[in-house]
Write a protein that binds this ligand. Sequence first.
Ligand SMILES: Nc1nc2c(ncn2[C@@H]2O[C@H](COP(=O)(O)OP(=O)(O)OP(=O)(O)O)[C@@H](O)[C@H]2O)c(=O)[nH]1
Ligand SMILES: [Mg+2]
Length: 364
Amino acid sequence: MKKTKLILVGGFLGAGKTTLLWHAARLLIQKGYTVGLITNDQAPELVDSKLLTLNGLETEEVSGSCFCCNFNGFTEAIQKLNKKKQPDIILAEPVGSCTDLSATIIQPLKQHWNAQLDVCSLSVVADPFRLSSLLQKGTSGLHPDAAYIVDKQFEECDMLLINKTDLLDSDELSELYEKAHEVYPYASIRTLSALTDAGIESWLDEVIENPKSGLRIVDVDYDTYAHGEAVLGWLNGTLSLSGEAQDWNRITHNLLNELAAEFDKQEMAVGHVKVIAEEKNSFTIGNLTGKSDTLVFRNKIDDVDRIHLTINARVESTPEQLNQIIEQCLTDHIPQTCNMEILAWKYLQPGRPNPTYRYDRVVS
Ligand SMILES: Nc1nc2c(ncn2[C@@H]2O[C@H](COP(=O)(O)OP(=O)(O)OP(=O)(O)O)[C@@H](O)[C@H]2O)c(=O)[nH]1
Ligand SMILES: [Mg+2]
């Protein structure tokens, strides 16, 4: 039986995992590979799944728990993709606040799924500004326990991908590369821009051919890890908005601009807030990955009478506080001439990670 290659791409919220997987999938398909994707979140209604599906990619979602705490859900998603498409390559994105993936996912896969899967090097995507702050012993604006998770992600990975290089000049980049190499000496470090495609092909060439994965298991203090996740409020919701002659692009962008301003005003650290407005095949998407100046919008939605608007927010706050801010923003900034119906709405605090497996040795 043909073995599927599995490429697991971790990294903190907003680092650029989905953007990388989307561009990587496109490149692989161009080269003739069959590709499947798996997304993951603590709750359903994922902007990432919608974005990948809207781009025509075969995507399965594991929601309600992270891959490590729902290992069987993850392997079921692999089986579903295999039944539908028998992909040559599966690209999988775990929840951005997850770490210890070597012990909880890579090793058990190597042990139990060796006949079906070639598990490729564990790649972790780094936002260069978060990485730079961590390397200078900062927390990049995050709670120290959330920054602990980011550090553990870098410490355990086989390949550290410094992303968003289009935002850096060459001196900044080489300084970051050198420092990262000093602090995380075991990782193979690559630089790329998921947005412009720079460096993606050579990363893929290396990761696909490299059968060595999960070469290290690092010490993770689960109390700190659990607290680092619990400081984030989590909200996923989908609304149906309708109305004639509405400027949905402006409404969506305005909503996210106002949310960004509110989080800044209340000095709440943002992991990631993403909003996608979609109807059939057209969409506009906005991403906030820190302060207001990180806000980016892409694409335009067509003029239509009804849209679906999905919001995913991970912000340092209680879930109730986060819910209140978002509800207030919707009330204040969705025009009264629109009809608004809530299709799904969930806010939560991630529970303590309790992995299905946790290996203390590297499976050869
Ligand atoms: N300038 C620039 N922006 C990027 C790059 N890669 C990703 N981004 C932007 O970073 C933001 C977050 O990207 P995502 O791909 O959604 O990040 P993620 O790691 O999947 O985030 P979560 O799913 O929340 O964990 C988006 O606004 C992207 O457009 C890049 O190479 N350069
Ligand atoms: Mg993502």
